[in-house]
Design a protein around this ligand. Structure first.
Ligand code: B3K
Ligand code: ZN
Length: 891
């Protein structure tokens, strides 16, 4: 397999101006004809000989799994000596000088395409997925994002079977043909890279709505689904309209066509895809009804519909020069969808969710053999780099610009970015330059966030000088070595800090010494300072601090770093009670819980008796019953750190001890706060019809958190309560929470609840996926055997990525069973990677990525994982996707 390097980037010797595509869709074969206006690129040195006779460069097109039927140049059939075909390319050795028309006719078999990349079939309908490099499976092309062309697409298909024919842009012609066929012609006026091309053909029904943009453009909005799902599109439609409005209000960005289509399909490798004006979604991120979707589903649908819509500007109008720049569009668009979700819901709750996700998945990735910078330096398969680092850490990098320049400064930077780059394919440096120039900012070493992997560790020592009335923060930072990057430079960390007085109020911040420079902070109404930690050792001294304050550090998680500090447990309890920064109130509770639990893990490892800390129980108890707090924040705050996060904090993760301690702590809290939990559970019941607004979601999250806690007690009274909730639930949020509570403990109640849930929902694949995932994730000892049985359950289908994720990825997300000491979990996961690879390499590689943190574990487990990785790597015909992951894990 060939590795591609960022440093080797070169523009193509040719550009494509216009592309005309003709699809003849069929059951056995599909014909694709393209006519491309090709122009030599005159800029720079490429393709143009400076001396001697003029020799145009060969035109090298990407293509795979294609049957080439014919090539024409300027209308003439190309002789076979004039081109070469390899398994990955079509090389036209000496194209004519100047611009020319290239016509290529190929044959493909979408019905046999199980990789779900390129043109494929899902539930009998045709659809496409081209990002990153799927277009080359449709026709020969310069399949890279810096080649932007205007597309016209003509689709011919059987009218009865495929009454709906969609592509990007505007419908310009349609009509009937012979033999029961019909056609549609679509024209997209915006030039675009081929990864944004889309085609859908099928028997679909749509819900229609409209949106009037701020400048008066009337946009038709359509969501296409299978007829029986038409009633489940309302929430996605509302989310789309809210996103359109929000992007106008917050960024001044308006939609640019008269039609916006969304299509939901059941077989999809990821969440969704932002094809120009024709977004294609995994149905789980569109379809929702109160009975079938949980609050979490409603929230993800809102966020992802917005995300794909926001790509219209950040990704489509301004796209990436090459795939190394992926975070340019993804980090920025994730940041935008996070902000949107904050505005639509409750900001601190949403922020906590995002940070938790970052710490649970990106931090471990950054500390693994798969660690890579936000802008990777090389790849074998680009699909392996759609990672939490590129997406979530990338979003944190964008957030840091906003933290540094403020809301208005950030907006100015965005405006300049669009003014400079609309219609272009650009780099992360261009984004940085726009932010810097719009703010006359000094970016220092900020660009290192793009090139340096690893999570910076920031250690802060605080000291108060009674006489001088100053508070000093001694910051030191360390970026750990990562794969291929043994030496690191200091990062530029925007470090947001507030200081609390004894009364719990913020102390106004007047000035701070940054080294020897005195910076004016403004005073009176300034309660948070953003310090720029740029050196390895960096000292800041706040002046005019009348009393020893309690520092609130890294407010709102102002940088994606691991923070170490010298605050005492009393300081943390104080912050939990008083910090004006809601994020840091939650963080204080988390820090306390992690300290306590990691301490208990040590005791457990030594075989000592575990004793619960009274102060902690009281602190959690008072949050639980505090009527002044947002209910979702309470639910978040009383939720203990995950086993994954705890493992990440240990030098050698011990899944058994962690699991034991987490259960112990939760059970202790449940025992000692039983009455309060009951009260919370009972008082948060409601008969109101389901609404997915924040107050209702918050109420349900608190109520169900209480039920979750109580279920650990495994008492008949509580089981009866959960059973009653299960039977009488009017929405999936409550029903599923009750099911999870019943399924917590092995026994008859568990089995009968699971059975009756399946019977109730067996016709709804999305609900069945939840049922599969709940069982696969279960902590019940020896669950691997049960999970192997799920593979032969009639509802399972290895060709459907959602099913595979529900069973296999969910199993791998349960540390106690995945890391079972006998290696049975590893063996199961490896079996599945090997089985899936020839069917869908992209999804198989994702699963293989689940092994990447194995070096965190003891030597015995490491050896077990290594043996499985070697077994995978020896598999016949291993894909490049899995090869890349497994090789990285093994080196
Ligand atoms: N851009 C797509 C992801 C494509 C993944 C290709 N393997 C969805 C998104 O991030 O919006
Ligand atoms: Zn995206």
């Amino acid at each position: 397999p060939q590795e591609v390097f960022l440093k080797d980037y070169k523009p193509t010797p040719y550009t494509f101006e216009t592309v005309y595509l003709n699809f003849e869709l069929g059951e056995e074969v599909t014909f694709v004809s393209s006519r491309i206006r090709v122009k030599p690129q005159c800029s720079g040195h490429v393709g143009v000989e400076l001396q001697g006779p003029f020799h145009p460069s060969p035109l090298i097109l990407d293509g795979s799994d294609l049957k080439l039927l014919e090539i024409k140049i300027n209308g003439d059939k190309l002789a076979s000596e004039a081109y070469r075909v390899t398994s990955k390319r079509l090389i036209i050795t000496s194209p004519p000088p100047g611009a020319f028309d290239l016509e290529v006719r190929t044959e493909i078999e979408p019905q046999n395409n199980t990789a779900l990349e390129g043109l494929y079939k899902s539930s009998g309908n045709f659809c496409t997925q081209c990002e990153a490099e799927g277009f080359r499976k449709i026709t020969y092309y310069l399949d890279r994002p810096d080649v932007m062309a205007v597309f016209t697409v003509h689709i011919v298909a059987d009218k009865k079977q495929y009454p709906v024919l969609l592509s990007n842009g505007n419908l310009v012609a349609e009509g009937d043909l012979e033999d029961g066929k019909h056609f549609c012609t679509w024209e997209d006026p915006f030039k675009k890279p081929c990864y944004l091309f889309a085609l859908v053909a099928g028997d679909l029904a749509c819900t229609e709505d409209s949106f009037v943009t701020k400048s008066g453009r009337q946009v038709t909005l359509r969501i296409w689904v299978q007829e029986h799902n038409k009633t489940k599109t309302g929430h996605a439609m509302q989310s789309l309209k809210a996103a359109m409005k929000w992007d106008e209000d917050v960024f001044g960005l308006e939609y640019d066509l008269d039609l916006f289509n969304i299509v939901a399909v059941d077989d999809f490798n990821m969440g969704a895809m932002e094809n120009k004006s024709l977004n294609i979604f995994n149905s789980r991120l569109i379809l929702a009804s109160p009975e079938t979707a949980t609050d979490a589903d409603y929230t993800s649908i809102e966020g992802v519909v917005a995300h794909e819509y926001f790509h219209n500007w950040t990704g489509n109008r301004v796209t990436c020069r090459d795939w190394f720049q992926l975070s340019l569009k993804e980090g920025l668009t994730v940041f935008r969808d996070q902000e949107f979700s904050c505005d639509m819901n409750c900001r601190p709750v949403a922020r906590i969710g995002d940070v938790l996700f970052l710490r649970m998945s990106q931090f471990p990735e950054d500390a693994s053999p798969m660690s890579h910078p936000v802008r990777p330096a090389s790849y074998i398969k680009m699909d392996n780099f759609y990672t939490v680092t590129v997406y979530e850490k990338g979003a944190e990098v964008v957030r840091m610009y906003k933290t540094l320049f403020g809301k208005e400064g950030f907006r100015k930077g965005m405006d300049l970015y669009f003014r400079r780059h609309d219609g272009q394919a650009v780099t992360c440096d261009d984004f940085l330059a726009a932010m810097r120039d719009a703010n006359d900012g000094n970016m220092g070493n900020f660009a290192r966030w793009y090139s340096q992997a690893g999570t910076p560790e920031l250690t802060v020592a605080t000291s108060y000088d009674e006489k001088a009335k100053t508070l000093t923060l001694r910051c030191s930072q360390h970026v750990p070595p990562t794969a291929g990057q043994p030496l690191k430079e200091p990062a530029f960390i925007p470090f947001a800090v507030g200081l609390l007085g004894k009364d719990g109020n913020d102390i106004p911040l007047h000035a701070v010494y940054d080294g020897s420079k005195l910076l004016d902070l403004g005073g009176k109404d300034v309660f948070t300072a953003v310090l720029r930690v740029e050196e390895k050792e960096h000292v800041f001294t706040f002046t005019g601090i009348p009393e020893r304050p309690i520092p609130s550090l890294l407010r709102d998680f102002s940088a994606p770093v691991r923070l170490f500090h010298d605050l005492t447990d009393e300081d943390l309890v104080f912050l939990l009670a008083h910090d004006s920064d809601a994020f840091n109130r939650w963080e204080a509770a988390q820090t306390l819980a992690k300290k306590l639990m990691l301490d208990l893990v040590k005791k457990q490892q030594k075989g000592e008796e575990l004793v619960m800390h009274d102060g902690f129980v009281n602190a959690i108890g008072s949050v639980l019953t505090d009527k002044s707090l947002d209910k979702a924040l309470i639910a978040r705050t009383v939720t203990m750190p995950s086993q994954t996060e705890l493992a990440d904090l240990m030098d050698v993760a011990d899944p058994d001890a962690i699991h034991f301690v987490q259960r112990f702590v939760i059970r202790q809290l449940a025992l000692r706060l039983r009455a309060q939990l009951m009260e919370v559970y009972v008082s948060n019941q409601s008969d109101e019809p389901y609404v997915p607004d924040h107050p209702s979601k918050a109420r349900r999250s608190l109520k169900n958190a209480a039920l979750g806690y109580l279920s650990y007690l495994n008492e008949p009274e509580i089981t009866a309560m959960a059973k009653e909730a299960f039977g009488s639930a009017k929405n999936m949020t409550d029903q599923f929470a009750a099911l999870a509570a019943l399924a917590r403990n092995p026994g008859e109640e568990r089995e009968s609840a699971l059975d009756s849930f399946y019977k109730q929902w067996e016709k709804d694949p999305l609900v069945v996926n939840k049922w599969l995932a709940l069982q696969a994730m279960s902590e019940i000892p020896g669950n691997v055997a049960k999970v192997r049985q799920l593979l032969v359950h009639p509802s399972f289908d290895i060709k459907n990525p959602n099913k595979v994720r529900s069973v296999v990825a969910s199993f791998m997300a349960c540390p106690i069973n995945f890391h079972a000491a006998d290696g049975s979990g590893y063996e199961f996961a490896a079996d599945m990677v090997i089985r899936l690879d020839p069917i869908n390499a992209q999804v198989a590689a994702r699963l293989a990525g689940g092994f990447k943190r194995y070096r965190k574990y003891d030597e015995k487990r490491q050896a077990l994982v290594k043996a499985q990785l070697e077994r995978i790597s020896a598999a016949n015909g291993l894909s490049e996707n899995v090869f890349e992951i497994v090789t990285k894990c093994l080196t």
